[in-house]
Design a protein around this ligand. Structure first.
Ligand code: ADP
Ligand code: MG
Length: 293
């Protein structure tokens, strides 16, 4: 009867829009006690829009946007898409880029109109020899405190401006987190984004524990640390940068709206991209396992 019940469970999952990779997955699903959630694209829509253009004293906001948008047009990152789209809408055709480089979790750079332009995290810009500008740093701090994400843009040895982007919490995310809590699970928000943006989203959906500013390769270590502390960890994510953590967790759940890499690294796929399916999966697994015992 055991395999039959598991088969039935998988079938029921498919009806709920939950794709289950193999019958043994339900067993692991039923034993999870901690749920690590990625922010961008998992709790939020992942569709960012450009909210503000900041120019350093003596610089033009259009120039900052044009060059940053040109470099970002080479990247698929949600931040990059927002900037490239806004640049095209406001300024028309973007410039060609040579020598493009994408550093996961940090930003992008490339040569535009003969100038080496960088767009990304402020700490990375500084490491790459771009001097910070107090006015821009202050604008970034304000944007991040209000829950947005700001990236710096720089060339020729100095920061020349910043771009502020933001996306929205999905309408069902708060209910989904509340459901996970009702099931006795501890939610944890894990993101590469800044602390301010992470806190704003966590507060909006009811998550207490926030781990922010984590590089893609360090997301795995976060999962392993939780496991070493005795937690049975489910990870929910959508991005290329979540794949390793999805594979390392006791149970990986991918958003069906996410990247193929995340889906391939996962045990379960929530087809609709509605986070509430995570609670459904846990409930289904527990019910299925009760039937067997
Ligand atoms: P998340 O965990 O929220 O999906 P990422 O790890 O992809 O975030 O990115 C973390 C941070 O790295 C971003 O908040 C941004 O500061 C920077 N970053 C990543 N990709 C880019 C990009 N294409 N352009 C500018 N900044 C980027
Ligand atoms: Mg994401």
């Amino acid at each position: 009867a055991t395999p039959t019940a598991l088969m039935a469970g998988s079938g029921r999952g498919a009806q709920l829009g939950i794709l289950i990779r193999g019958p043994q997955v339900l067993e692991r699903t039923s034993r999870i006690d901690t749920v690590v959630l990625d922010k961008t694209g998992t709790i939020t829509t992942g569709v960012m829009t450009l909210a503000d253009v900041v120019a350093a004293p003596g610089e033009s906001g259009d120039q900052v946007l044009r060059w940053a948008a040109s470099v970002e047009s080479m990247s698929e990152h949600p931040i990059a898409r927002a900037i490239a789209r806004a640049g095209t809408e406001r300024l028309g055709r973007l410039a060609d880029v040579v020598g493009f480089e994408n550093v996961a979790g940090l930003g992008v750079r490339g040569t535009v109109d003969g100038v080496d332009v960088l767009a990304g995290r402020a700490t990375w810009a500084s490491e790459r020899g771009l001097a910070a500008v107090p006015e821009v740093t202050r604008a970034i701090d304000e944007a991040e405190a209000s829950g947005a994400t700001a990236i710096v843009v720089g060339w020729d040895g100095a920061v020349r401006g910043a771009l502020v982007v933001a996306d929205e919490v999905k309408p069902s995310s708060a209910a989904a987190v509340a459901d996970l809590r009702r099931l006795g699970l501890t939610p944890v928000l894990l993101t590469g984004d800044n602390e301010g943006a992470a806190r704003a989203v966590a507060d909006a959906v009811g998550i207490d524990r926030v781990i922010a500013g984590v590089l893609p390769q360090d997301k795995v270590d976060t999962v392993r640390t939780l496991q070493a502390d005795g937690s049975r960890v489910a990870m929910i994510g959508d991005g290329v940068n979540d794949a390793a953590a999805l594979a390392a967790s006791d149970l990986g759940l991918a958003m069906g709206t996410g990247t193929d890499v995340a889906i391939e690294a996962s045990d379960l796929t929530l087809m609709s991209g509605d986070l509430r399916a995570a609670g459904d999966a846990i409930r289904l697994a527990r019910a299925t396992l009760r039937t067997i015992r």
